[in-house]
Design a protein around this ligand. Structure first.
Ligand SMILES: Nc1ncnc2c1ncn2[C@@H]1O[C@H](COP(=O)(O)OP(=O)(O)OP(=O)(O)O)[C@@H](O)[C@H]1O
Ligand SMILES: [Mg+2]
Length: 249
């Protein structure tokens, strides 16, 4: 079973179609990159999975998305869905709380109260994102004092703290320097051993470096999905060829 499966999936903002007839599966334990020109629907696709897109005025969808075989429209609650499907955004978001409380936001919401359990989660998640050594002596300080790259790793730690099965990342490195980007890429490669990771990126080099598969979207349609090396070296569609060789986009 795929971790995520889009079946004949369409979205609209008002009467304007955005995603059209998407049939697409995402593997567990794998990184899939989503690439395509600005405005083609990448963010809408990600936000459809955890049902945050439907908070936008005029958003409508048709067809189905399944998360581990379960339709996202039939899950018992949105919080159940969002616990399984974590999301990290382009701009690193640190909640106006301490570093520790940023990590514990989800676990506390889901009712974890035991002090030693909370300590364990904090250390485990910060180690997972290679931030522990940098912050272990200032866990109670405001997270706003961290650098952009550190905040982005903290945002990933916060997402991991509720043990999701899927991690969605929307251009997570676009505001980061090369060193922070390298740290995050390393971390995603490690996390993919246990998770389904879907990353939207404008950086084709990044897609080539870290993803197992790549999906190319153009004007709301899936043009092609293939193992990353194949999609870049011998794409089936001339549109993919044009995009990956930099002719447009
Ligand atoms: N809230 C909204 N209301 C109306 N139209 C929207 C809304 N959000 C996005 N759109 C439109 O839907 C289309 C897809 O937008 P989306 O943000 O998914 O693209 P994207 O591929 O993520 O682009 P980018 O690479 O610039 O982030 C665009 O034409 C956009 O203008
Ligand atoms: Mg986007």
């Amino acid at each position: 079973m795929n971790a995520i499966e889009f079946i004949d999936f369409n979205t609209f903002y008002g009467s304007k179609p955005v995603l059209q007839n998407i049939n697409l599966g995402f593997d567990s334990n794998s990184i899939t990159a989503i690439i395509g020109p600005s405005g083609c629907g990448k963010t809408t696709l990600l936000r459809s999975i955890n049902r945050t897109a439907e908070m936008e005025r005029g958003y409508k969808s048709q067809g189905e998305i399944q998360v581990f075989g379960e339709s996202i429209m039939e899950v018992k609650s949105l919080s159940y869905l969002r616990r399984q499907v974590g999301m990290v955004y382009q701009t690193p978001v640190a909640l106006p709380l301490s570093i520790r409380e940023n990590v514990l936001f989800g676990p506390r919401y889901y009712g974890v109260k035991n002090r030693s359990e909370l300590d364990t989660i904090t250390e485990y998640c910060l180690r997972q994102v290679a931030l522990w050594d940098e912050v272990k002596d200032r866990l109670k300080r405001p997270a706003s004092q961290l650098s952009g790259g550190q905040k982005q790793r903290l945002a990933i730690a916060r997402a991991l703290a509720v043990e999701p099965r899927v991690l969605l990342l929307d251009e997570p490195c676009s505001s980061l320097d090369p060193a922070s980007t390298a740290l995050i890429e390393e971390l995603l490669t490690r996390l993919a051993k246990d998770l389904c990771i879907i990353i939207v990126t404008h950086n084709l080099f990044q897609a080539r470096r870290i993803s197992n598969e790549t999906a190319f979207i153009l004007d709301g349609r899936l043009i092609e999905k293939a193992p990353t090396a194949i999609l870049f070296s011998s794409p089936q569609s001339s549109e993919t060829q044009g995009f990956v060789s930099g002719l447009f986009g």
